[in-house]
Design a protein around this ligand. Structure first.
Ligand SMILES: O=C(O)[C@@H](CO)OP(=O)(O)O
Ligand SMILES: [Mn+2]
Ligand SMILES: [Mn+2]
Length: 516
């Protein structure tokens, strides 16, 4: 051991044994909220999760999964998969991308960094392109940061700026894209008054254009490439507000799925393709839905689609859930001899309300096999249904999704029962438990046609943590002395289940062992 006293070896837990198989199940988008008809988890038949809650009150609790508890700037920020899984994995609370970028913009440090200095070299003769999600959702990006970046870049010499927008409707209300585009247009026209040639150049809905992830569907990225880089798209408009309004009305697509469009000049030429010498900056602080675009921009031997033309550019990207996010946004294995990652391919080319069961059963069966194999101390599973279907805003489908997730939990808990193991079931943030936008007193909000406003986004709700299994010491129960437990308290808890104490700087464990 080094003289600092640091050691990678964890102290033994004084009371809990080693050698139990531990299943950690993360229900995506599964929060706790009042029971009403917009709470899909309540409406769905979920006997397994219900029995965990009602059958063992000392082994079921709620933890915070949003805001400062997961390293976000404020408690008005909803949770999300990145920050939730980061907290679960890290066992501590670290400032997340949203906050780090806020800090770097406020201090001006962002403009001193290597990235900015690198792209700055193109300001004199070339165009600065900004690509990202245009909303104030705070999950992937925030409009106010884009506004500051536009201001900062133009004050520091950018003379020609093109913004390539991706409309949201997933972290914010559907239809809100129009307002965000209007705000951006207003800012850009103010820049133009100062002599800076700043315009929106292209756009499209985030789920249909550019923001795919984990290499699920490269066509999504290709559609974006064609519009952003080549300046080609099936729809051409003179102005972006008109584009978004017209496409919503004529194609009936929602903000998430707007088709790609480009903005053209009087002679019908795209105003902002990316050409040699330009600089490209993505303004999403969250990386998962930007890395595919980054690969297309960056890789010399790229073979996922025909890029047609590969501009020589200056590019900077500022920045798998239970693997990549859990491991602090680190991809790949820590130690291949000790870990195995199993990925089940999602359905491609459909919205998830069409098949709300998704691959829950297949995931649970793989988990069961892993648990029964006896090869692993810990089996960690993410069940996406509540979240992915919740994002579609389809209430009926989300109810089906919750039932499917519950059935998957049963398969995993049965396997744990069989091997005498321990389970911990939790969620990374809320979604399916509330599908309606509400006023401050909790009443559903209506739109101008008297319809309820569907909430496609995550929520601010707490999430459950349920523990149990035949391997769990009978004296284990949740402590009552932790003031505001959050997802970051889970890691120490899981270490205890493996027979160890967590390192001293971890958020405290949720459990105690009482002698009975
Ligand atoms: O789909 C996503 O990218 C986000 C919502 O923007 O959801 P999650 O954090 O659950 O991945
Ligand atoms: Mn999630
Ligand atoms: Mn989500």
């Amino acid at each position: 051991m080094a003289s600092s006293g640091f050691s990678w070896t964890l102290p033994d837990h004084p009371k809990l044994p080693k050698g139990k198989t531990v299943a950690v199940v993360v229900l995506d988008g599964w929060g706790e909220a009042n029971a009403d008809k917009y709470n899909c988890i309540h409406v769905a038949q979920t006997p397994v999760m219900d029995s965990l809650k009602n059958g063992a009150p000392e082994r079921w609790t709620l933890v915070k999964a949003h805001g400062t508890a997961v390293g976000l700037p404020s408690d008005d920020d909803m949770g999300n998969s990145e920050v939730g899984h980061n907290a679960l994995g890290a066992g501590r609370i670290f400032a997340q991308g949203a906050k780090l970028v806020d800090q770097a913009l406020a201090s001006g440090k962002i403009y001193d960094g290597e990235g900015f200095n690198y792209i700055k070299e193109s300001f004199d003769k070339n165009t600065l392109h900004l690509i990202g999600l245009l909303s104030d959702g705070g999950v992937h990006s925030r409009l106010d940061q884009v506004q500051l970046l536009l201001k900062g870049a133009s004050e520091r010499g950018a003379k020609r700026i093109r913004v390539h927008i991706l409309t949201d409707g997933r972290d914010v209300l559907d239809g809100s894209s129009v307002g965000f585009v209007e705000t951006l247009e207003n800012d850009l026209s103010q820049l133009r008054e100062k002599g800076i040639d700043a315009r929106i150049a292209s756009g499209g809905g985030r789920m249909y254009v550019t923001m795919d992830r984990y290499e699920n569907d490269w066509d999504v990225v290709k559609r974006g490439w064609d519009a952003q880089v080549l300046g080609e798209a099936p729809y051409k408009f003179k102005n972006a507000v008109e584009a978004v309004k017209t496409l919503r009305a004529e194609t009936k697509a929602n903000d998430q799925y707007l088709p790609p469009f480009v903005i053209v000049d009087e002679s019908d030429k795209s105003v902002g393709p990316v050409v040699d010498g330009d600089a490209v900056v993505t303004f999403n602080f969250r990386a998962d839905r930007m890395v595919m675009l980054a690969k297309a921009l960056e890789y010399a031997d790229f073979d996922k689609f025909d890029r047609v033309r590969v501009p020589k550019i200056r590019e900077t990207v500022k920045f798998g859930h239970v693997t990549f996010f859990w491991n602090g946004n680190r991809s790949g294995y820590f130690d291949e001899t000790k870990e195995e990652y199993i990925e089940i391919q999602s359905d491609v080319g459909i919205t998830f309300n069409v098949k709300p069961n998704m691959k829950a059963l297949e995931i649970a069966e793989k988990a069961r096999t892993a648990i029964l194999s006896g090869k692993f101390d810990q089996v960690r599973v993410n069940l996406p249904n509540g979240d992915m279907v919740g994002h579609t805003g389809d209430i009926e489908a989300t109810v089906v999704a919750c039932k499917a997730a519950d059935e998957a939990v049963k398969i995993i808990l049965d396997a744990i029962e069989q091997v005498g193991g321990i389970y911990l079931v939790t969620a990374d943030h809320g979604n399916a438990e509330d599908m309606v936008k509400r006023n401050k007193s909790g009443q559903p909000l209506l739109d101008k046609n008297g319809q309820i406003q569907i909430l496609t986004s995550h929520t601010l709700q707490p999430v459950p943590v349920a523990i149990g299994g035949p391997g769990l010491h009978p004296g284990v129960k949740f402590r009552s002395d932790i003031q505001t437990p959050g997802l970051a308290n889970v890691a120490a808890t899981v270490m205890n289940f493996h027979g160890y104490e967590a390192p001293a700087d971890y958020e405290p464990t949720l459990i105690e062992v009482v002698d009975n």
